[in-house]
Design a protein. Sequence first.
Length: 90
Amino acid sequence: MNTIIIALTALGLAAPAFAQAPAVDRNEAVYSADGTKIGKVDRVLTAGDGAVSAVRVIYRGKFITIPATTLSAGEKGVTTSLSNAELKKL
């Protein structure tokens, strides 16, 4: 009986948790994890199934693509879990 419980628990822990990206619109404000406004969404990139896969933003004079897995809905707009230092590397 203990073996079954351990096996079922392991299966539950092994399943990946997929966070659903928030609904994102063009020209919506994007904020970094630090709370700094990065810019506005220039383009929403979608996967084959129509789900948001990334957003393209003009940051410091260049286009960067921010993965949807880092995005969440915020009070002012969309917030990424990436810091300014991490965004500079994109």
